[in-house]
Structure formats: structure tokens, C-alpha cells
Design a protein around this ligand. Sequence first.
Ligand code: NAG
Ligand code: NAG
Ligand code: NAG
Ligand code: NAG
Ligand code: NAG
Ligand code: NAG
Ligand code: NAG
Ligand code: NAG
Ligand code: NAG
Ligand code: NAG
Ligand code: NAG
Ligand code: NAG
Length: 387
Amino acid sequence: MKQVNYPFILLAVLCMLMPSSILAVLPGTWPAMDLPPPTSDIYTNLVNLTKVSQAPVNPLNSTCPTVNTYCRWTCDNCIRSNDIVSCPNKLDWALTLDAGPSEYTSTVLNFLDTQNIKVTFFVVGSRVYQYPEILQRILKSGHEIGVLTWSNSWLTTQTNEQVIAELKWTMDAVKAAVNITPKFMRPPFGDYDDRIRDISTQLGLRPVIWDLDTYDWKSDGDSTFNFSWIVNNFTQWIADPNLNNTGHISIEYDLYNQTAAQVSLVVPILKNASYNIKPVSVCMGINHPYVEDVNLDGTPLPIPTNTSNTTLNAPNSATNTTNQSNSNSSNSSSSNHTPIIIGVVGSIAILSLFVIIALLVCKKRKKRRFNSVAVFGVNVEDRFQKF
Ligand SMILES: *[C@@H]1O[C@H](CO)[C@@H](O)[C@H](O)[C@H]1NC(C)=O
Ligand SMILES: *[C@@H]1O[C@H](CO)[C@@H](O)[C@H](O)[C@H]1NC(C)=O
Ligand SMILES: *[C@@H]1O[C@H](CO)[C@@H](O)[C@H](O)[C@H]1NC(C)=O
Ligand SMILES: *[C@@H]1O[C@H](CO)[C@@H](O)[C@H](O)[C@H]1NC(C)=O
Ligand SMILES: *[C@@H]1O[C@H](CO)[C@@H](O)[C@H](O)[C@H]1NC(C)=O
Ligand SMILES: *[C@@H]1O[C@H](CO)[C@@H](O)[C@H](O)[C@H]1NC(C)=O
Ligand SMILES: *[C@@H]1O[C@H](CO)[C@@H](O)[C@H](O)[C@H]1NC(C)=O
Ligand SMILES: *[C@@H]1O[C@H](CO)[C@@H](O)[C@H](O)[C@H]1NC(C)=O
Ligand SMILES: *[C@@H]1O[C@H](CO)[C@@H](O)[C@H](O)[C@H]1NC(C)=O
Ligand SMILES: *[C@@H]1O[C@H](CO)[C@@H](O)[C@H](O)[C@H]1NC(C)=O
Ligand SMILES: *[C@@H]1O[C@H](CO)[C@@H](O)[C@H](O)[C@H]1NC(C)=O
Ligand SMILES: *[C@@H]1O[C@H](CO)[C@@H](O)[C@H](O)[C@H]1NC(C)=O
């Protein structure tokens, strides 16, 4: 009978743990995946709750009130003047991709690179923790990053403190991963009202809803969902004369394999219809997309333009303000990436160590085997079992 080989089982288990230690490189401790995160006084104190609407906390799946006092969007698409719903200019189209980053987001990014198209990602904080390197690629490619929530759950069903935690944990994860602070938030499933608006605004986040929905998030629990509906939707939208007076903001999910795969099918439809695909902030004419003084791709913003001086538009005109902002943001961004770099390098070092140990152990095993055959001339299998 063969004996159990404990060192090798240990080695195998350690090797199986390696991928997670390579991915989980955001420094610090973070809440659990896909669950509403813990509240904290530090977060709650960021918001003056006396200035937050008294809209009730809704039960799950609650019906709409007869009068939509608190402008709950899911009831009658109620919006307030600060909400962003569509791109103002005809032929501008903001493709928004929600609930990632996921393992399928890289494929979407590869495609968008080939088309030189920039879109907006509304990210789930717990998945930013899972895939910080994908968020880094999103930023470097010049796509836009907005906040969904930590757990992608219904916001009006949560207390003020919980809503603050959902948004703030996500903002912190984004800051830790790519050193920017978004200015946009999106309520999952469009579940927001004045209470959510007030909290978001105090946290520096402007709500971005949409005017065109594929409902592809329903594909997760609905086996009758046909993914070809998504392409059908886009084909109908671009041909609809009633949708020809403004630009648009559409919503799709990059969280699932089949929904992420639709991006490469709908982009040609929009391009052929002469739509210019751009991030939300770009179609809104907002050229300071994050709290930090950086462009969408994280590079320093050009110096503020003086409209009465056209030559000032050149981003590299050498003034001392450019100098200062350059060094400031590049310094802070590189220092903020350091923990991640250390994490990756450290993980690779640990992995290498395991490989070396494995090689040494194997070598030792071969040597024993050789000795046992050559010197003692006994059954190799016997020697082996005593290892
Ligand atoms: C919160 O807002 C109220 C009403 O505007 C104001 O009176 C109060 O001073 C604010 N509290 C803080 C801590 O800023
Ligand atoms: C809410 O509705 C969803 C389906 O839309 C259902 O799965 C869920 O059980 C419902 N929850 C409650 C509390 O009724
Ligand atoms: C989805 O719809 C397309 C076009 O309407 C159809 O050809 C296809 O068979 C459908 N797929 C499923 C799985 O129902
Ligand atoms: C999207 O397509 C599906 C299936 O064709 C259809 O039921 C739905 O109404 C469409 N949605 C929109 C917003 O056009
Ligand atoms: C939308 O308007 C443009 C002109 O601005 C026109 O060329 C195009 O055919 C219109 N599309 C539809 C679907 O009406
Ligand atoms: C994702 O879908 C593609 C086909 O569209 C398939 O080849 C691939 O295996 C799928 N990946 C996963 C992880 O399911
Ligand atoms: C591109 O648009 C034209 C009309 O502008 C249409 O005739 C043609 O079928 C479209 N091609 C594709 C591939 O959608
Ligand atoms: C822009 O430049 C003009 C002259 O070059 C100056 O008079 C004006 O004050 C400047 N405006 C701002 C906002 O800096
Ligand atoms: C405009 O800016 C340039 C340098 O960027 C400067 O040389 C020029 O004097 C400015 N013109 C005015 C009117 O301020
Ligand atoms: C701007 O930076 C350059 C080199 O990066 C330096 O030579 C120059 O002195 C700086 N100017 C100011 C005003 O800081
Ligand atoms: C450098 O910046 C300071 C303010 O930070 C300003 O007062 C000064 O005029 C600037 N010098 C030049 C050469 O632009
Ligand atoms: C420059 O960096 C310092 C800390 O390094 C920070 O306090 C300051 O806000 C930054 N300024 C800008 C304009 O980013």
C-alpha cells in the first residue's frame, strides 16, 4: 500500500493558493464580496444627515407610492435636474458597462482598443478588490470609471449609513487601485430617490442613469433571456426617429461572459449609424473628470484654458503651474501604486520560492531513487514510500 505523501500535498495546496495571493493585492482589509459592507462612523460623518431627504427606506420589491414625493426613478423614470440621463448632442453615444470589473472585462478592453473607443465603466467595489489590475488597465486606456456600489444591491432598501458605506468603500477601493476619485455614481437597477441623490451629492458623486436599457442584467437568473435581443435593441434604437433628437446613454453589463460579448457586436451598429461613442463626462463637456487634477487616463490635466487666449490650449505650454501639477500628480500616483507593485513582485517572489523548493524536493527524490537502485539494489517503490 502506498503511503500519503504529506510534503507534496502541502506543496500542492500552497501552489493552489498562489493565484489568489497574486490577485488580492489591494493593501489593507476589505469587506466581503457581493455583500453590503459594514457601516462606520468615519464614513457616516462625511455626510450631514440633517440635509438628507427623509424618503423612507423601502422594503425589497416594494410597490410605488401613489404620489412619487421623493422622485424614485424606478416608479416613473422621475429625475432631478442634476441627474445625467442622456448625452445632450445628437450622434453622441455613451456606452456604459456595469457591475465589473470581471474576468470578461479584458476581452472587452481588447476589442475597444482595436476600435480606439472609450466607454464608461460603473464598477462594483468588491470586484475592484478582486481585479485591481483590470481597473488599472481601464484607467490607462482612457476609459471612464464611475461608482456602482460595493455589493450591487438595491440602494433605496438600505439605511443612510449603509448607502454611505456602499459608495464610500467603493470609492476607497478605486482610489487604492488607480489613485483617482470618481465624480459619478450609478444606482444599481436604477433604484434611487432623493435620499440616495442627497447622500451621493454630499460624497461628491453625481447620479448617472440611462435612457436606453438592454436589461441584460436579467440574463443571470432568467434562462429565457436571449442574448440576440441586445443586438436587436441597438438595431431598433438607431433606426428609431423618435430617438434622434438627443444623444444617448445605454447600459449593459460587462459582468457576465455572454453580455460582455455583445459589446463587439453593438459597436459596429453604432459606428455605421454615425454615432460617436464617448465616455459620459466627454459627451457632457466635463473636462475635469475626477476629483484629482488628471485626465481620464490618469495623466495630469493640461493647465486651465483661458478662452481669451487661444494659444493657451496647448497642453505642454511650459509654465511653472504645469510643472507643479505634473510633478505633484505623477509623484502621488506612482507612490500610490507602490503597494500594488510590491504585492505583485512579492507574489512572484513567493511563487519562485515555491518553484525552487519543488525543484529541490524533486531532485532529492530522484537522487534517493538512484541511490536506492544503484547502492542497495532493493525495490525502488519501497524506498520511495519511506520519503
Ligand atoms: C448640517 O446641516 C445643518 C442644516 O444645514 C446645519 O445647521 C448644521 O450645522 C450642519 N452640520 C454640520 C456638522 O455641518
Ligand atoms: C423580490 O423579487 C425577486 C424577483 O424579482 C424575487 O426573487 C425575490 O424573492 C423577491 N424578494 C422579496 C423579499 O419579495
Ligand atoms: C434567440 O433569438 C434568435 C433570433 O430571434 C433566434 O434565432 C435564436 O434561436 C434564439 N435563441 C434561443 C436560444 O432561443
Ligand atoms: C429589447 O429587445 C427585446 C427582445 O426583442 C424586447 O422585448 C425589448 O422590448 C427591447 N427593449 C427595448 C428597450 O427596445
Ligand atoms: C437622424 O438625423 C440625422 C440627421 O441629423 C439623419 O441623417 C438620420 O437619418 C436620422 N435618423 C433617423 C433614424 O431618423
Ligand atoms: C465565454 O464565452 C465564450 C464564447 O462566447 C466561450 O468560448 C468561453 O469558453 C466562455 N468562457 C467562460 C469562462 O465561460
Ligand atoms: C450601415 O448603414 C446603412 C445605412 O446608413 C445600411 O444600409 C447598412 O445596411 C448598414 N450596415 C450594417 C452592417 O449595419
Ligand atoms: C485671460 O487672459 C486675458 C488676457 O490674456 C486676461 O485679461 C484675463 O483676465 C484672463 N482670464 C482668466 C480667467 O484668467
Ligand atoms: C497667450 O499665451 C501665450 C503663452 O502661452 C503668451 O505668450 C501670450 O502673451 C498670451 N497672450 C495674451 C493676450 O495673454
Ligand atoms: C520646470 O521643469 C523643468 C524640468 O522638468 C525645470 O528645468 C524648470 O526649472 C522647471 N520650472 C519651474 C518654474 O519650476
Ligand atoms: C509662477 O507661478 C506663480 C504663482 O504660482 C506666479 O505668480 C508667477 O507669475 C509664475 N511665473 C511665471 C514665469 O509664469
Ligand atoms: C499635491 O500633493 C500634496 C501631497 O503630496 C497634496 O496635499 C496636494 O493636495 C496635491 N495638490 C494637487 C493639486 O494635487
